[in-house]
Design a protein around this ligand. Structure first.
Ligand SMILES: *Cc1c(COP(=O)(O)O)cnc(C)c1O
Length: 390
């Protein structure tokens, strides 16, 4: 079925009929409230007083000295409440759910980061909250499961398939079909059927809008990691118009997880190696085998470990408006140590992928140029992963 919500050929609504009314209802609410003054004030007020926005734009002096080229700035999403950018979108969607009169929220989670952000906003709004999570992931992420329960959420183990994120997503969709009247499904990235990619980009665009105000002159480069694509869409958002009008500035760079290697299949380099297909309700680049079966993704960072990517990114890739690169697990870990030692900031391993790309980018830059890296999250959650590599 082809309908609204396309970016070139990508996006769309590929879902069971029973979900369509809820998606339409959500789209109408989004169109109405994204222009509504009271809604916007409430959103901005929570971002300010609960999330801690605006997040600082930090000049990374020692990292800049290390390369002795362009000035490097970090957009500090790691300082958001709950430790990453995901909360921006969760608050926006919770506000929409409230306007729609829905009091029950469901979500799926892999490593638990989106589950945690969702459980947090449900406590904030007094919503009932159920999080679908693969049984394997529940074992791997004990601490996050405990945190979600502490926040009042129910974590539902998914025992089908590989018992990971993909299966949890299927179960969440099944739940939504059954409980569509009183339930809102919070999707955590710029993925899923229309209108989700548009809604998530809109709520995350606060990152780029703040950056525009914080830097007097547009930066020369903006670098962000790409999992589903939400922190990158958020920071690129206000600059994409420039690109369309052929202002070459700033150059936008999305960094995917190259995993252990691009050659052995153990990666999550969806835009670099994938082909378009349908997953979780939309048409976009996907990691798939010769027969169109979805391949399992691999990345050392749970947040990038997804075989799909948002439809906007597929479009931006084909149009050459954003350059997509890959960084391996090993390079990301090197960057994790580098930022910790040079700046006293322990980055999320996801964000470390964007940081690691600096070693390729910086030699090409000039002293009077500026580079902004979106530091999408903090590394506290990753300490055990990094420790176990020693
Ligand atoms: C989830 C996550 C990501 C990846 O998701 P996007 O939607 O691509 O932004 C990146 N960084 C952190 C810290 C995350 O938690």
């Amino acid at each position: 079925m082809k309908s609204k919500g396309y970016f070139g050929n990508y996006g769309g609504v590929f879902v069971p009929e029973t979900i369509i009314p809820a998606l339409e209802e959500l789209e109408i609410a989004f169109i109405k409230y994204s222009k509504d003054k009271t809604f916007k004030t409430e959103f901005e007020n929570l971002l300010q007083t609960y999330v801690g926005r605006p997040t600082p734009l930090y000049f990374a002096n020692r990292l800049t000295e290390h390369y002795s080229k362009a000035k490097i700035f970090l957009k500090r999403e790691d300082l958001c409440h709950t430790g990453a950018h995901k909360i921006n979108n969760c608050i926006g969607q919770a506000l929409l759910a409230k306007r729609l009169g829905k009091r029950r929220i469901i979500a799926e989670t892999g490593a638990g980061q989106h589950g945690l952000a969702t459980a947090t906003v449900c406590a904030l709004f007094g919503f009932e909250c159920e999080i679908y999570m693969g049984k394997v992931d529940i074992k791997r992420q004990e601490l996050n499961v405990f945190k979600m329960q502490l926040l009042g959420a129910k974590v539902i183990p998914v025992e089908s398939g590989s018992q990971t994120l993909k299966d949890a997503t299927n179960e969440a969709i099944r739940d939504w079909i059954t409980n569509i009247k009183d339930t809102h499904y919070i999707i955590g990235s710029t993925v899923g059927p229309h209108p989700y990619p548009t809604i998530v980009s809109f709520f995350q665009s606060v990152i780029g809008n703040e950056l525009k105000k914080q830097l007097k002159k547009d930066p020369t480069y903006i670098v962000a990691c790409v999992g589903g694509g939400s922190n990158s869409m958020g920071i690129f958002y206000p600059y994409l118009n420039n690109v369309r009008t052929y202002h070459v500035k700033p150059k936008l760079i999305g960094v995917e997880a190259g995993g252990t290697s691009l050659k052995n299949g153990h990666n999550a380099a969806t835009l670099t190696l994938g082909k378009p297909g349908i997953l979780h309700g939309s048409y976009s680049y996907l990691l798939q085998d010769k027969n169109g079966m979805i391949k399992e993704a691999h990345s050392i960072s749970a947040g990038l470990d997804y075989p799909g990517v948002g439809p906007q990114h597929s479009y931006l890739k084909d149009k050459n408006m954003v350059q997509y690169k890959t960084i391996s697990d090993k390079e990301a870990i090197e960057a994790f140590y580098q930022l910790s030692k040079l700046e006293g900031i322990i980055p999320a391993i996801e964000s470390s992928h964007a940081l690691a790309y600096l070693k390729y980018l910086m030699p090409k830059t000039k002293k009077n140029e500026t580079v902004v890296v979106n530091l999408s999250g903090r590394g506290d959650k990753d300490i055990n992963t990094v420790k176990s590599l020693k």
